[in-house]
Design a protein around this ligand. Sequence first.
Ligand code: ADP
Length: 425
Amino acid sequence: MTLALGCIADDYTGASDLANTLTRAGLRTVQTIGVPADDLKLPEVDAVVVSLKSRSIEAGLAVSRSRAAEKWLRGRGASHVLFKICSTFDSTDAGNIGPVMGALRADCGEGIVLVTPAFPETGRTVYQGNLFVGAVPLNESPLKDHPLNPMHDSNLVRVLARQSRTQVGLVDLATLARGAEAVRARLAELSGKGIGAAIIDAVFDRDLETIGLVAAEHRLSVGASGIGLGLARALVSTGKVKSVAASSEQGAAVGGAVACLAGSCSHATLQQIANAERVMPVLHVDPDRILTGANEAQRALDWAKERLAQGPVLIASSATPADVAALQARHGRDAAGHAIEQTMADIAENLVKSGVRRLIVAGGETSGAVVDRLGIPGFLVGAEIAAGVPVLRAVGAEAGDMLLALKSGNFGGPEFFADAIGLMR
Ligand code: ADP
């Protein structure tokens, strides 16, 4: 198998978002958790997104992990690698976008790298090199107060130059509007001056298509899901990839028992749990008992095992804001969150041991704890249950074939659990 596109994402949710975007654009896409083992068996796919957690770690570490990911992707035939960053260009003068870009560029011998976090449909546009978040420049957006990467400069040519060894140029909107040939000429001009990276403007959705077309002719690009979409469309329009509808890529039915776990306490999830009570048995675990050392996981498992053969079950720790605040006051916020997440992971692990092969998890942190515990190396991304929440087919999981849906708290419609079960055959 030869990958048409390799991606390295600097955080997990960004990777999921990109993998979902590529899938919607017709690419068969696997998202891996970390750099996969050399012998990971992949299904037939067009793109792999390697999820790292490298956005805010020390730059040297981000570079070595990203290089390992690149090596793996190139080893699977990826001729183009996209380094996926946040669409608000989250970084500091110490990195990590510039240092990672520089190292990957050196590794693949690329002359000039196109860089843009633009994704107009989500309100991220770039004009004259300045990134806008909705109607305001980056440095006036809430990102100016970000706890890890406060963004005080909206001019990405300057921002990237401060963290790069190479000089950084600009391909402006006027050039882009003249089409792919004008962009190629501008890149050749910059490259001729020894400039190794160029921020490229993008204001309209169609701009991504021109960018994707030109970027795909290079070995490396840097950007968010917007340029990912542009690359995917270019691969399809140039015939390098045959577009496949995500819904037809579900593969063989998995069957097996179905369970839902909810650790999110968001308003949307509380409503979804209330609606699920009408169609499946629901157990509310007692968070106080978890925090005082009682074996709530075992109680939940015993309860579930009696019911799994009859149909889906839901186990929830979720509580109202008042109850959450009271629990946190008694036990501390971090201790409460951590203990409950680990209990949900215990439950998930034992449910899978008891034959559950379709697992739906509500809550971002809760999903992370569950996926870590199950030790799943990657997922093939399938049809969307709700915006941003696809059906995931585990790749290389110890338990064999299984389907998951992982949603952050506020996602999904009021009947989310039933909607998910309906799509997870
Ligand atoms: P979301 O996607 O809605 O943010 P997360 O799973 O990311 O959901 O976060 C929810 C957090 O709340 C987790 O750390 C979880 O363990 C914790 N939690 C779950 N139930 C309760 C509860 N009843 N009281 C306090 N914290 C809870």
